[in-house]
Design a protein around this ligand. Structure first.
Ligand code: AKG
Ligand code: FE2
Length: 238
């Protein structure tokens, strides 16, 4: 592991009136980083939001195309966006966009996220619902053009805890400047190139910089996860 590159900073909230939020910043190197706030939203508030969204969001489980084959997406989804934005398409699927006005609670949740991320701005939201440990999202990067080259993606987790994996994309050429064959380089650098976060109820994980260009992420199946998890990923479409 390249210890110099992996700068993990753990801090407790300075305001004693505030519950300790336990924020961790992981510098992934080359202009990519991840911020994880373990307790952004208090538990009771998070459960209220969870139950409202579970019962009121018009969840769908679309058919998507991956490597030329059709699959039922292994989780429920819903897309919300401001009017007039470029339409989102992923895995051959173009979700209809609901309006923020359809679900005013989503604007309250957005405000709570923005309070933790001053200066950020989001105009779209992709919601996911994992109805147990068999539901998952496979390795991918949210690198669609409409998000620009360095998107900030803020991901709020409610309900059942799940693992979130980040893995460095394989280097195309000698991207580390080394003359060694790719096979050898891969072996050497394997450790600092993977990170795991346990996504707690009420937590916020933010991916920034070149994370979508250089890394992929996933929420794998978990046999022991028997509860439902709802995830809200706030994004800015340009
Ligand atoms: O559920 C999560 O934490 C991740 C979801 C995700 O990666 C996505 O919607 O693009
Ligand atoms: Fe993603």
């Amino acid at each position: 592991m390249n210890v110099l590159k992996l700068k993990a900073v753990v801090s407790e909230a300075a305001n004693p009136n505030d519950t300790a939020k336990k924020t961790e910043t992981v510098d992934l190197g080359n202009g990519s980083d991840v911020v994880y706030i373990q307790r952004l939203i208090p538990s009771e508030q998070s459960w209220q939001w969870f139950h409202y969204l579970d019962n009121h969001i018009p969840w769908t489980r679309p058919t998507i195309r991956v490597f030329g084959k059709s699959f039922l997406q292994p989780r429920d989804t819903c897309y919300v966006a401001s009017p007039g934005l470029t339409e989102l398409t992923y895995s051959g699927y173009q979700p209809d966009a609901y309006s923020w006005d359809d679900y005013p609670l989503l604007k309250d949740i957005l405000d709570a996220v923005l309070k933790a991320l001053p200066g950020s701005s989001f105009n779209s939201l992709l919601l996911n619902r994992y109805k147990g440990g068999n539901d998952y999202v496979g390795w991918h990067a949210d690198d669609e053009k409409l998000y620009g080259s360095t998107p900030e993606i803020a991901s709020l987790s409610l309900g059942c805890e799940r693992d979130f994996f980040l893995k460095k994309k394989p280097c195309k050429k000698s991207c580390d400047g080394s003359d060694e064959p790719a096979r050898k380089r891969l072996k050497k650098s394997s450790h600092g190139d993977q990170h795991t976060f346990r996504l707690k109820h009420g937590s916020l994980l933010v991916m920034r910089g070149y994370t979508q260009r250089d890394w992929v992420h996933s929420v794998p199946k978990r046999a022991k996860a028997d509860g439902t998890r709802i995830n809200l990923t706030f994004r800015r479409v340009f």
